[in-house]
Each structure stands twice: as C-alpha cells, then as structure tokens.
Design a protein around this ligand. Structure first.
Ligand SMILES: Cc1cc2nc3c(=O)[nH]c(=O)nc-3n(C[C@H](O)[C@H](O)[C@H](O)COP(=O)(O)OP(=O)(O)OC[C@H]3O[C@@H](n4cnc5c(N)ncnc54)[C@H](O)[C@@H]3O)c2cc1C
Length: 324
C-alpha cells in the first residue's frame, strides 16, 4: 500500500463529511476528523439520554444523485434504512424518502469507519504557518487545550456562523459565508413505554406553528417528535427549555394530541426539548463548496437545506481534492 502524501483535517462529522470521505482517495490522504460532540452525525445525530435515544434532528432523507442512490441501495440491503411512505404534512417530495431502521448514526458509522475520529475536540481556530495549517483545539472531555498539525489542508463543515469563527482573520471565505443566515428550530421529544400496537409511523394533523409532528413505535416504546416552525422557533429562540416545554405541551393538549393514542400525557416517561440555533439555512451559497489552497468549506448551506445537499457538497469537494 502507498503511503499518504497529504494530510487533511476535517472539522465536523455530519453528512457533508460523510460525502467528503466517501469521495476522497484515502490512499493519498492522511485524514483526521475533529468533532466537538460525543458522536458523529451533526444535525442527524440522536441524543443519548439516561432513558434512551432521542431523535432531535433530521427525520428522513432523500437521495437524488447516483452516488447517494448507490449508497441507499447498499444501506437498504443491509437493513440500515427503510422507505418512508406516509408524508402528508410535507406533501410529495418527488422522490422516495428514507428513515433509519434504528438510528441515522448507523449510516455515519458505515461511511466513517476506519477513520481517525477525535470526539469532544472542539476546534477553536486555525492558523497558517510555513504553508501548513495548525488547529487550536479544546478537548472538552479533559478540559484542556491542545494544538494539532501541521496539515496540508483543512475542510470546515460547521454551519456558516460557526465556520466563520474558525477561519484565520480576513480570510476570503468570510464575505461569502456571512451571507448565509440560519433558522433556529425547537424540537420536543416525548417517549413512553406504552405502544398502541400500530407499527406504522403516524403523522397527525398539525397547526402552522408545528413543522413536523410524528409518532414512532420502536420496540416497546413510542416516541413523539415535535419540531416547531421556523417562525415560532425564531420568536422563542431566547426562551428557556422549561418555558418552551410548557408552551409546546399546552399547544399539544389543546390539539388533543396525546389523547389520540394509547400514550396519554400521564404515561410519558421522558420529555425533552432541544434548541438548534443553526437548524436550516435561510439562504444558500449556490456553489457546491468553497475552496482555496489551504482551507475548504462544505455543508448543506452550499447547495440546499437537506441531508442530501450536505452529502453532495462534501462529495464534490472530495472529488475536487483528488484532482490536485
Ligand atoms: C430539526 C432538524 C430537522 C431536519 N430535518 C431534516 C429532514 O427531515 N430531512 C433532511 O434532508 N434534512 C433535514 N434537516 C437538515 C439536515 O439535518 C442537514 O441539512 C444536514 O444534517 C447538515 O449536514 P452538515 O454535515 O452540512 O452539517 P452538520 O450536520 O451540522 O455537521 C457539522 C458538524 O460540525 C461539528 N462542529 C461544529 N463546529 C465545530 C467545531 N468548532 N469543532 C469541531 N466540530 C464542530 C458539529 O458538531 C457537527 O457534527 C434537519 C435539520 C434540523 C436541525
């Protein structure tokens, strides 16, 4: 096997990074991935709680490029995903939608396996010296600071407001990245040990403040996922979790939601709210990625607002890096 000739640091381990790693010629690159969270997935990740896994992020994904469709076929054959048939709230997507059999993290594990991943490594800044890049990093597990490098190239996949802070001062990407603003999103997940025997996901009628409301039966548990609208989330962005929890519960009770199934509000075991400050880009860059000699940027904000856009952005960047 040939020795890698170039070193690359990737910031983030969401779908953009999955697309990047899928495309990159691994024999040419020594790759290190730095992720501030405890696991992979970014906005597709589940959150571990003492009671189980709570799905605060993306609920389904679509695949319109041949590269992602080939992966979908592979994941489907390996029982990692299943088609989602019933989408009355969001209408016809014009393409099949897919949900995880268990969790989306299985897809990230599949694509990032055998990669050098550093979890709980929050990159604070990047600096260039002698034509190489160094990363200043906070290890949030050990509460310490460290420096990693030198690297030939760094790929940033964090949402644009976070990405800007990682660039060296006066970097040429700042102007473009500053044009992308994000909607926040408040999400509530309620879990119960009671299921009503109906194994198909149920999306019930909603109101304009609710963007997504779905009940899943998973094994012996039922889980409700309620994503509030962009506008509602924006208006409540500075409210506390406790305030938002009460506001959403009040809304659901008014709609008679929990009474629709065997899950009454009395037998909800876990109820958690999560705020995504940077949930979905309001505008997009309309470029597959940003590239300059030392630093690149990839992510959903380049091409759209979906998982598949993030994947494609990373994938196209990876293909470009292979040509250099
Ligand atoms: C509530 C919600 C619901 C959604 N629903 C859907 C859906 O149903 N279908 C769909 O297609 N899309 C959906 N989306 C959008 C989809 O999740 C995103 O488009 C996609 O996951 C973005 O991937 P990404 O790799 O570009 O960014 P991210 O997933 O945000 O990945 C960026 C990664 O960078 C890490 N990071 C950031 N800063 C640093 C740092 N300083 N150091 C180290 N690591 C860092 C983050 O922790 C994260 O893991 C939803 C998004 C949200 C928030």
């Amino acid at each position: 096997m040939t020795q890698p000739t170039k070193s690359i640091a990737v910031i983030g381990s969401g779908m953009a990074t999955c697309g990047l790693i899928h495309a990159l010629n691994k024999e040419s690159y020594d790759i290190q991935i730095f992720e501030k969270a405890r696991g992979t997935g970014g906005r597709m990740a589940h959150h571990k709680s003492p009671e189980g896994n709570l799905e605060f992020g993306a609920q389904f994904f679509t695949a319109r490029t041949p590269e992602l469709q080939a992966l979908v076929a592979h994941w489907y054959q390996n029982n990692l995903i299943t088609p989602l048939h019933n989408l009355p709230l969001i209408g016809n997507l014009g393409t099949p939608a897919w949900v995880p059999q268990d969790r989306f993290s299985a897809l990230h594990r599949n694509l990032l396996k055998s990669q050098h991943l550093w979890f709980q490594h929050k990159v604070i800044s990047t600096s260039v010296a002698a034509e190489k890049l160094n990363l200043q990093i906070e290890n949030t597990l050990e509460n310490s600071m460290l420096e990693k490098g030198p690297f030939d190239h760094v790929v940033i996949t964090a949402p644009t407001p976070q990405a800007i802070h990682l660039l060296p001062p006066e970097h040429p990407f700042v102007t473009a990245l500053s044009t992308v603003d994000y909607w926040p999103c408040w999400v509530m997940v309620a879990e119960s040990n009671v299921t009503d025997g109906n194994q198909t996901p149920l999306i019930v009628e909603s109101d304009p403040d609710i963007a997504w409301l779905q009940r899943y039966n998973r094994g012996h548990k039922s889980q409700w996922v309620i994503q509030m609208s962009h506008q509602w989330s924006f208006e409540h962005v500075e409210k506390t979790q406790a305030f938002v929890e009460e506001a959403i519960k009040f809304k659901l009770q008014g709609m008679g939601i929990f009474q629709h199934s065997a899950i009454g509000s009395s037998n909800i075991d876990t109820l958690r709210c999560h705020r995504w400050l940077y949930a979905k880009p309001k505008t997009i860059l309309d470029k597959p990625y940003l590239y300059e000699k030392y630093i690149s940027f990839a992510g959903d904000a380049c091409l759209g607002r979906r998982v598949e856009d993030a994947f494609t952005s990373g994938y196209l960047l990876g293909k470009h890096l292979n040509t250099l």
